[in-house]
Design a binder for this molecule. Structure first.
Ligand code: SER
Length: 328
């Protein structure tokens, strides 16, 4: 997937992925193993994932907030980089605000401290479009603008971004971050997010030919296919430090669409597919987020380019889900 010309120094990285069994963690770990070698990427999660994934390289059960156990694993494998992918997403976090804050914040502070103490050299931490709120511009949302999030998930991400910047400025920690839009994938489903409908809709289109959507038909949100998200993440981690001018988190974008537009795209392949709308509490979360993100800073600083749009992603999603079902 990536440019194979990776510098020697990067080949010497030994990587720990926390939250490796989650939606992004799964595919990120697989891609990192392809690039850096299976034994140089330690997957970890709070519980075991599927056998195929675990047997493909080292795996450790780890709680992302447990400093001592993480340090033990770092020392056991001589880890140089940590990708901290464990987090509670927006919809679940609204049900468990305290727990969300504890997981999303404490895990980051543990890793930033380990980096400050020089146990690791580099940290990746994902932020989100949820850092923006009702007072941010909804269209072409700039890199720097008003950020007054209304969700606990967004509050934890804004705070986390400032902690990343602080650790970089004050202690020289090499921490890098992206504000992901909704991420769409077929290998592992997301859980507890507001953008999850855009994954479920493909599965339901194939399994049942119909879908009940928890957002209104005209709710436009920024989205991205998983392949692009993984590509951006690894590219950001590989780029020379001088190219990185944003140490809070970079805006990142590929496409924006509404439930109605994704439905019409699916109907080009499955003409009988139908959708109904039953908005719930997630509508309010979606309404507080931007519709279209301006990611020019990422494009200028480290040459970010997305590949997939709604049409090409829809083809890939339907093809891969169908193939997956034939194997079951
Ligand atoms: N996909 C996330 C969510 O819906 C946003 O970052 O919570």
């Amino acid at each position: 997937m990536l440019n194979p010309k990776i510098k020697d120094i990067e080949m010497r990285e030994v990587i720990l992925v926390l939250g490796a069994c989650g939606q992004i963690g799964t595919e990120l770990t697989q891609e990192l193993r392809e690039i850096y070698g299976h034994n140089n990427v330690v997957a970890s999660d709070i519980r075991e994932g599927n056998d195929e994934f675990i047997n493909a390289g080292p795996f450790e059960i780890l709680d992302a907030t447990d400093r001592d156990s993480i340090l033990e694993v770092i020392q056991k494998y001589n880890i140089t980089q940590v990708y901290l992918m464990a987090a509670m997403l927006s919809a679940t976090a609204e049900k468990l605000p305290q727990k969300a804050w504890e997981l999303n914040m404490n895990s980051l502070l543990v890793i930033l401290e380990l980096a400050r103490e020089k146990h690791i050299k580099q940290v990746y931490w994902p932020s989100s479009i949820a850092v923006f709120g009702a007072t941010s511009p909804k269209v072409d949302t700039p890199q720097q603008t008003v950020m007054e999030p209304s969700t606990v998930y967004g509050i934890s991400k804004v705070s986390g971004e400032h902690w990343c910047n602080y650790y970089h400025e004050r202690f020289g920690v090499d921490v890098r971050s992206l504000r992901y839009p909704g991420i769409i994938s077929w290998k592992t489903k997301p859980g507890g997010g507001t953008t999850d409908y855009a994954v479920d809709i493909y599965f339901k289109a194939i399994e049942e030919g119909k879908y009940e959507c928890f957002l209104k038909e005209d709710t436009k949100l920024p989205m991205m296919y998983m392949n692009d998200a993984v590509k951006a993440t690894i590219q950001l981690m590989q780029v020379d430090a001088e190219k990185i001018n944003v140490r809070t988190s970079y805006n990142l974008a590929a496409m924006s669409f509404t439930p109605k537009e994704i439905t019409e795209e699916i109907q080009k392949h499955i003409p009988d597919f139908t959708i109904s709308y039953e908005p719930d509490f997630r509508q309010q979360i979606a309404d507080s987020w931007p519709q279209i993100i301006d990611d020019n800073k990422a494009r200028e600083d480290w040459n970010w380019k997305h590949k997939f749009d709604l049409a090409s992603m829809t083809k890939e999603m339907l093809k891969n889900i169908q193939a997956k079902m034939m194997c079951l």
